[in-house]
Ligand binder design. Structure first.
Ligand SMILES: [Fe+2]
Length: 165
């Protein structure tokens, strides 16, 4: 068996997050349509646009390692997104819908933060400075999205879910 190196692990994980980002890009408009509050709708729409840029950054990282951009099925993101779909269906028209959607979106962000954090560290030890910059830019965007979702949970979604009780 050929030796499995950190370079290979990096490439495989890059394919995982590339697959995940493209799935997320498709899921976000659905979440935006489903969200009740205009603030949450706007947050999902904004992150949809950011996700396009994140996919482009990943394509640049593929280029840096001399590989063509390619995804690898990621069961984790499929499961997380499926849970979001369940919330959309089960809480449709209900006061707790937005609270559930924020939670589902934060699970997505945390998955991405885990992946980008790992990829950035590996790029650092592999001495890939340009890849570090690209991965760090996305990592910061994901963290900011997570923070704004927390703020939306506190200021809008959870309050609304509570009041209706
Ligand atoms: Fe992302």
């Amino acid at each position: 068996m050929a030796e499995k190196t950190l370079e290979i692990l990096f490439h495989e994980t890059l394919k995982d997050i590339y697959y995940a980002e493209r799935k997320i890009l498709k899921a976000l408009p659905k979440m935006a349509r489903g969200a009740q509050s205009p603030e949450l709708k706007a947050a999902f729409e904004k992150h949809r646009d950011e996700t396009e840029g994140q996919i482009e950054r990943l394509q640049q990282v593929f280029e840096l390692i001399g590989k063509r951009p390619q995804g690898k099925t990621c069961a984790a993101i499929e499961g997380i997104l499926e849970e979001g779909e369940e919330i959309l269906e089960e809480f449709k028209g209900q006061p707790a819908l937005d609270a559930g959607l924020v939670a589902a979106a934060q699970a997505v962000e945390h998955y991405e933060i885990a992946r980008y954090g790992t990829l950035k560290r590996w790029a650092q030890v592999l001495g890939m400075k340009d890849a570090v910059k690209l991965l760090d830019a996305t990592l910061k965007e994901e963290s900011m999205t997570d923070d704004s979702l927390s703020a939306l949970a506190d200021q809008v979604a959870n309050q609304k879910a509570l009041k209706a009780a």
